[in-house]
Design a protein around this ligand. Sequence first.
Ligand code: MG
Ligand code: ZN
Length: 227
Amino acid sequence: MSSEMVVKPAEGEVFDIELEEDFLRANREIAEKVRRRLEKSKVLAIDVMGSVGSGKTSLIESAVEKMKHRYRIAMIAGDVATTIDADRVEKHGVPTIQINTGKECHLDANLVDKALSRLALDDLDVLFIENVGNLICPGDFPIGAQRRVVVVSVTEGPYMVVKHPLIFQTADVIVINKIDLAAAMEVDPDMLAKDALKVNSKIKVIKASAKNGQGVDDFIKALELEV
Ligand code: MG
Ligand code: ZN
């Protein structure tokens, strides 16, 4: 065989892959530390994942409005650059912390750990953490939350689950959002539900229209919280 037919890693390439695995391992270790920190203060944290525009913030707003008289709630918002979502949730009268990730398309446990230091954890019951709008790498980066939620909107089309199977494998709840628009979008929410159950038979499926409050009680119950 001629040497042109042999592919070899350039200097540093293999090392890069090992480094990536090290990062993921380090993240998992910090996530464990975050989990212990939350549990010590008896805080239930909910990692809310989903694409930009799926309705993560609307869902959190509706849930906060329903829950804030029963639970002491705070929110951490992850975003590449803005404070738009944190500002929206802050209007509901709960403490909010913004994490701006800069270039990163996901939250990691270290950033969440830092954000926790800005909150009076012992005075909280529930912490919503809105992840960066992305359905790929947040699945690889646990952040120590006890519940993981993925929000998918029917406006994103019929293939959101089959195209991103990994994130659903580790999720506890899928919220199929904006179901009031399903007919107009010609997207069948039951098909999305079926797809999710195919990759994770234990996932709880909630159909919602977060903006008008539909399904929000079911969402809260799916988190094993009281309405
Ligand atoms: Mg948002
Ligand atoms: Zn990312």
